[in-house]
Write a new protein. Structure first.
Length: 337
């Protein structure tokens, strides 16, 4: 039963891989030796070598791909780690191709060479890797393009990000996933005049930039802003009815929405909730989370004692704990190709 499910899930991609590992090296032969609509007679033993070794190479290559878990991924969400495994698997199959072709040529009675030309291995391996990468990453690229077109057709909110650094990069990646916010410009005096991920970076007056680009939402992504600078940003945005979303953790939810789930996650003791013109007391935040059904926006929090812990920038830079957890759960090192 599990084998049938595996065949249903991976049958098509296995067939495409079988086509790729054979077609790539056959095209390498054509590029290298096919002249005037025919293979040169003096190198026909190369064609014989290819046809003799192709069945064995196909089986060995598929076995290598299975060992590298190329048929266990969800390719609609493929990432750099998947590309890394694909690259290493193709390196292994290149070694098999070199060794197998040498043996095949030695066994051919009329062979005049001890190996295939270097160009054959180079062209064939590049074509094989490219074909396999396309079959796996095209679905993801199509999904991203469809989302981009949907976002363009939908009513987008003109958005600015203050700060052009690592946090800005993270915000842009998050906003790519079907967000209604369309970032038009970045504000950063240090990088003014440059582009960041294809977006223009400007400097100078915040008020002028808001007016020029018709901005409705501002993301704060510069953790080095002073309190005076933050206050000035709030004042300018408030005057123009521009919403602020603080991504740095210093002024979280200033002008933005508060997540009820996130608030209850850190709440201790009894909770009184007012909703739908009614008030109810829960013995704990856990009880409130279980019983509150639906989507709600937090409007007001009163009589609140808040315990704070200074946030470390290391959490944004290293992600060491997350990397170690990934390694323990998957048994694989997290690598970036």
């Amino acid at each position: 039963m599990r084998f049938k499910q595996w065949v249903r899930d991976n049958g098509l991609i296995v067939l495409l891989d079988v086509l790729a590992v054979n077609l790539s090296y056959f095209l390498a032969l054509i590029i290298r030796f096919y002249v005037n609509q025919n293979f040169r007679p003096t190198v026909l033993y190369y064609v014989d070598c290819f046809t003799r070794f192709a069945p064995f190479y196909t089986v060995l290559a598929i076995a290598v791909f299975v060992l590298f878990k190329l048929y266990s991924g969800v390719w609609q969400y493929a990432g750099l780690n998947d590309l890394n495994r694909l690259f290493l698997a193709n390196l292994c199959t290149l070694v098999i191709q070199v060794a197998g072709s040498i043996v095949s040529l030695l066994l051919l009675p009329d062979s005049k060479a001890s190996r295939m030309p270097f160009s054959y291995y180079l062209i064939g391996s590049v074509l094989q890797f490219s074909m396999m990468a396309l079959t796996r990453f095209v679905p993801k690229l199509m999904k991203l393009e469809r989302k981009r077109l949907e976002n363009q057709s939908a009513t987008a909110v003109p958005t600015m990000i203050i700060g052009a650094g690592q946090m800005c990069h993270r915000i842009l990646r998050n906003l790519d996933d079907g967000s209604p916010f369309k970032v038009s410009v970045l504000l950063d005096d240090y990088r003014a005049g440059k582009t960041f991920d294809g977006l223009p970076v400007v400097g100078g007056s915040l008020a002028d930039a808001l007016e020029k680009h018709g901005i409705k939402v501002v993301f704060l992504a510069n953790p080095r802003l002073s309190q005076d600078e933050r206050t000035a940003i709030q004042s300018v945005c408030k005057e123009r009815d521009v919403r602020i979303i603080d991504y740095t953790g210093n002024l979280t939810n200033a002008g933005g929405g508060v997540s009820l789930t996130a608030l209850l996650d850190v709440t201790r003791g009894p909770v009184v909730v007012r909703a739908m013109n009614a008030e109810k007391t829960y013995a704990s935040a856990e009880e409130a989370q279980r019983e509150i059904v639906g989507q709600f926006e937090v409007v007001e929090v009163s009589n609140l004692t808040v315990t704070l812990k200074r946030h470390s920038d290391e959490a944004f830079i290293g992600h060491d704990a997350w990397v170690q957890q990934y390694k323990q759960e998957t048994g694989q090192d997290l690598s970036f190709f």
